[in-house]
Design a binder for this molecule. Structure first.
Ligand SMILES: [Zn+2]
Length: 422
């Protein structure tokens, strides 16, 4: 619903999403869904609501570039037998969790409702105001080769058609599947270039498409003005996908120093999903951690096999200048994990707090080709959050979001005082 009254947010500390550091106290005037003015003494229109956040850092709403709204690890095993309507309910709950944690935009990186287009429907429902939630950017289903990361056919019922699994081999099938995804509302095209950790029976280092097929994926998507995001773990698959021209490289958890440099040279973004990849590798011997994650045993076995490579990759990313986009892979991880824990994980792995914070704001917006979000400035969308203290000094405060404004509407308001201008 469109907010009626102007709102003035008085921030004790302000960071715009792009500057090198916060600038101290600022006021933000919001009219409707948009930021009208930012300054030390903004206009106070009659009837305006004033929200005081004297002890908080106010910053742009967060952008998670890699989520799965229709997936839960705790339902592994029986998951593929759930109906599209049940997955829609899971997605609606997921959206409120993201919003409460300060995420005002999420890009779904693979609809796991293989019988329908549930993420597209969740996006429609939020746009129409039927359910609350962040802005949803939809990548459709994850296109995979037969035998590849998304070949879950063995888990589907016998009367399921292969199309439901988004399997495509060879250029003709690839074009057909991509065009079908776009017809059904995919904003991005997502494909799997390698095996993965979560999938059964494959290896993360397997390369599942030829160079010719990856080139065809990017070319077909671009003809429809869509960009491509790639699930990829191993080095050779990452190299091929980057050469094909993907814009968004997901995970790249075993990419070498040379391949990380190639991602940078090609101007693509790396979305390293380090909570899922690096933390799980670091804690691969910790039974309590894995018990709480509740993922299948084969995930841990693969992590154990590739632990050293995963940790080395994280060191190489920290040393590089590659553009990083923030992504959690929540959905593969349980929804009770606050996605903002990814910030602390990135910093633990040597990524500077500024780089981590920009990854979830201005850099994420640049990846998504959105000039209306990710930065707080006049005429931008009023997606605004507040955290207690200063995240540049203590990144863990990102896990304690206390105020969320979503397109001008206050969704969460803790620990702040307010009054009305008469
Ligand atoms: Zn994912």
């Amino acid at each position: 619903m469109r907010p009626e009254r102007p709102v003035v947010i008085r921030a004790g500390n302000f960071w715009d999403g792009i500057s090198d550091r916060p600038v101290g106290p600022q006021e933000i005037l919001v009219k409707g869904e948009t930021i009208a003015e930012i300054g030390t003494n903004v206009d106070l229109p009659q009837g305006a609501e004033v929200i005081d956040l004297p002890d908080s850092t106010v910053m742009p709403g967060l952008i998670d570039c890699h989520v799965h709204l229709t997936l839960r690890p705790e339902l592994t095993g029986s998951f593929w037998s759930y109906s599209p309507s049940y997955k829609a309910l899971l997605g609606a709950e997921a959206l409120t969790i993201f919003l409460s944690n300060g995420f005002t935009t999420v890009r779904d990186c693979g609809d796991m409702d293989l019988h329908g287009f549930t993420v597209r429907d969740l996006k429609t429902a939020t746009v129409q105001g039927m359910i609350p939630g962040p802005r949803v950017i939809c990548s459709g289903h994850m296109i995979s080769s037969r035998g590849g990361h998304m070949n879950a056919t063995r888990s589907l019922s016998p009367d399921s058609g292969a199309w439901e699994n988004c399997l495509a081999d060879g250029i003709d099938e690839i074009r057909k599947v991509i065009r079908r995804e776009i017809r059904w509302g995919a904003d991005w095209v997502k494909f799997a270039a390698s095996g993965g950790f979560s999938s059964v029976g494959d290896d993360p280092c397997q390369v599942t498409y030829s160079q010719e097929e990856m080139d065809a994926i990017v070319e077909t998507a671009r003809d429809f003005n869509r960009q491509v995001s790639v699930h990829v773990i191993g080095d050779e698959a990452t190299r091929r996908a980057v050469l094909a021209g993907v814009r968004s490289v997901e995970h790249a958890s075993m990419a070498s120093q040379e391949t990380i440099a190639l991602i940078e040279k090609q101007g693509a973004w790396l979305c390293p999903t380090q909570l899922a990849a690096v933390k799980s590798a670091r804690l691969v011997g910790d039974d309590a951690y894995w018990h709480a994650l509740n993922v299948p045993a084969h995930v841990r076995q693969k992590m154990r096999k590739y632990k050293d490579c995963l940790l080395d990759n994280a060191r190489q990313i920290a040393k590089s200048d590659v553009k990083i986009a923030f992504g959690t892979d929540i959905g593969i991880l349980p929804y009770r994990i606050n996605g903002a824990c990814e910030f602390s994980e990135m910093v633990t792995n040597g990524i500077a707090p500024l780089r981590a914070l920009k990854a979830a704001t201005s850099e994420a917006a640049a990846l998504l080709q959105r000039d209306d979000i990710g930065v707080l400035a006049p005429a931008r969308c009023a997606d605004i959050i507040a955290v207690p203290g200063d995240p540049f000094r203590d990144i863990a405060v990102m896990e304690k979001v206390e105020f969320v404004m979503n397109a001008g509407t206050v969704w969460k308001q803790e620990r702040c005082t307010g009054h009305r201008i008469r």
